[in-house]
Design a protein around this ligand. Sequence first.
Ligand code: PMV
Length: 362
Amino acid sequence: MAEKDFILKNYNKNFVGDKYSWSSPSNIALVKYWGKKEQQIPANPSISFTLDACKTTTTLTCSKKENNTDFSFEIFLDGEKKDDFKPKIQTFFERIEVYVPFLRDYHFIIDTKNTFPHSSGIASSASGMSALALCLMSVEEDVILDGDYSDEYFYKKASFLARLGSGSACRSIEGDLIVWGKHKEIPNSSDLFGVKYPFEVHENFKNYHDTILLVDKGEKQVSSTVGHNLMHDHPYAKQRFAQAHENLSKLVSIFKEGNLKSFIEIVESEALTLHGMMMTSMPYFILMKPNTLEIINKIWRFRQDTDLHICFTLDAGANVHILYPEKEAKEIYEFINNELVVYCQNGHYICDRIGFGAKKIS
Ligand code: PMV
């Protein structure tokens, strides 16, 4: 599918408006997206586990307005008006207007809440943008006059719109493993939206756990937009993008065979490469904190001592996602609780696991 297939052409201009609610989860990348072209097109393919507990619930109220000159919207987070979110939504609306041309016909109230604390250092952009994109798709479903309107199209376009809000948000619509970005071995993979991982996945990877250790709850030092842009003139960009393709290829047989050791190697290498790219860009930066390294070293020691399949991954920040299989969950959770929680800010962490995507709330 191409961009033009997502343009809504005819719609019912007499629709007065309604209220829609969706909850959408966060996701954690195994092969990382870092570097993009115009219009949030990724420089390399990525794959993620969709999460379950970390999610955003958004209620969108739309009401027909008199004139259709400007975008008109208000945003609330946990019931509190958030004017500082407006520029991000304004940019999002500008980017998606060509695909959802009804935006200027309505006044929107965007009422949103996250299951995780706003200041936890967990990015809410993936869950937040995907929840909003889904609400807008529900509006589209009510104003559409003709055309093939399958569930498949609905979710594909939701992912397409979410991508234009925040790249990785396109991987949050469905679950449990989502690929975003064209890859030669993944049929129907696309730079425009996320697709479900289409091949066999071994039992070992079902119900995988992700315990998120909140090492630093502060504001991000570097926005992801700035970070992605630093890949443009990065001396190692070409090799990095090629490596992401290779790692995704390797994961295909790893997922099929249930090879946890090889999975760990790829996932940890991806996390450290992401941070390696940040440390070697110009300007350079370090987003890990001393406690991030303490946790990584403890995980490595514990893995060596026990042969259990615990590993870590990182986003563009200091928090550590600890990934482990269901069948080893009891011992690993005990270790986290006894030995790692001390490195978390105020002892805070979140127990999450692989999930199956967004849900409509009626
Ligand atoms: O969606 P963005 O633009 O915030 O970028 C997210 C990038 C990483 O979280 C670091 C990696 C990824 O693939 O999710």
